[in-house]
Design a protein around this ligand. Sequence first.
Ligand SMILES: [Zn+2]
Length: 320
Amino acid sequence: MKVLNQTISQITIPTPFAVGDVHVYLIKGDTMSLVDAGVKTKQAWEAVQTQLKELGYFPNDIEQIILTHHHPDHIGLIEEFPRVESIIAHEDLNAWLTRDETFFQHYENFFKDFFITCGVPEKYLSIIDKLHGQLNLAGRGNLTSIINEGDYLPGHPEWQVVETAGHAQSHLSFLRQSDGLFIGGDHILKHISSNPLLEPPPLGEQKRPKPLLQYRNNLQKCLTLGIQQVLPGHGSIIDNIDELIPTRLSRQEQRAKKVLTLLENTSMTPFQVTQKLFPKRYETQLDLTLSETTGQLDFLESQGLIQQEVIEGILSYHAV
Ligand SMILES: [Zn+2]
């Protein structure tokens, strides 16, 4: 637990995930809000109660919850606060909270088609059943308000919403212009680069999002917002985004160069590129590694450096 200033405190919650602890933020204003809600475990709930108490509060004092994105380590405890009536987030988050069957069917169909198009062999397709993550660790509910770019947080008009899709399609961050504080969820982390994860297009749309391109654009956007300090979802508070963001962007460009070299004299499917890039991880983490590869391919294609062709339903890329 860390009191950051008069209106905002950081509460740190354990998760069973490789990423480790997750931070949520208590904001005091006209209403008492929590930004993000940890993971749904007994240990997490105990950690929240203990730290709230150290700050002089009880779960009963929390009036609304605002969510940065839909991943289970950020939405777990939304049902636990007795007085919370408002749950506020990007509209894409609702399907995750309500466990919308149509949405999950669409999600699985998209990944099945996508994996096949990418040249993934039949024997790996069973991974799709696990793709929508550990929903048992995620909270259930219904959004009561939808927010997006440019909106102000209900009850906290000094905080403005910044759309930061990339790591997740539902990702939003929150900026307080007066002092440049930025609640960044998983958009900018100090110790690791946030994985821009592949997701299906919204229901009824055909074109899938290109999360790495969105992520790069939104990192660049963050350099123009006057951000002084990032309060992240994981790891240390960040004071130097003017150095960190350009480093992140150029590291990614270097990784893309490696992919370009692979495609110089030959044509490869996204699955073959993934095998080359992640020889040790592709089998056990096919979703993450294929997502990363797809990002680099989208980037190179957007730069006009590679071209795709589809032969008998299978996608492949080669350098131009
Ligand atoms: Zn996340």
